[in-house]
Design a protein around this ligand. Structure first.
Ligand code: 5GP
Length: 118
């Protein structure tokens, strides 16, 4: 699947749409989800143009991949989630229910989340 540079997260990265940033570095932007499904619901995205985790894992540089996973754990730690735990989800493609075609991880926490799937 080709990257669509009109997707909503591409617009956020270009500053065309505002976001509530919680973390940013050279390779990563993280912001609060607009429709939170838990007390903490942060979206972590690479700044590079990757459609999905599939695309990211295949094409991103080692620096981008390291920055991404380090940022996920740092954001969770800084949000106070480490002790009680949290969930990281990367919906991928049609069966995965991915709505926005720019790779993102959801960090969900702040309450007991229950079963992984309904
Ligand atoms: P997906 O279903 O692709 O894994 O998740 C997309 C997520 O992006 C959803 O949780 C949705 O609430 C969030 N989202 C969609 N549009 C926006 C937006 O404009 N701003 C923010 N902060 N989140 C958005």
């Amino acid at each position: 699947m080709a990257y669509d540079d009109q997707n909503i997260f591409a617009k956020i990265l270009r500053g065309e749409i505002p976001n509530d940033t919680v973390y940013e570095d050279e390779h990563v932007l993280a912001f609060n989800d607009i429709a939170p499904q838990a007390p903490v619901h942060v979206l972590v995205i690479p700044k590079g143009a990757y459609v999905s985790i599939d695309d990211f894992g295949a094409k991103a540089s080692a620096d981008e991949i390291a920055a991404f996973y380090r940022s996920v754990s740092k954001i969770a730690r800084d949000a106070g989630l480490s002790e009680d735990g949290y969930r990281v989800i990367a919906n991928t493609g049609g069966h995965g229910g991915q709505e926005v075609p720019h790779f993102h991880a959801h960090i969900l926490g702040g309450k007991k989340l229950g079963a992984m799937l309904p």
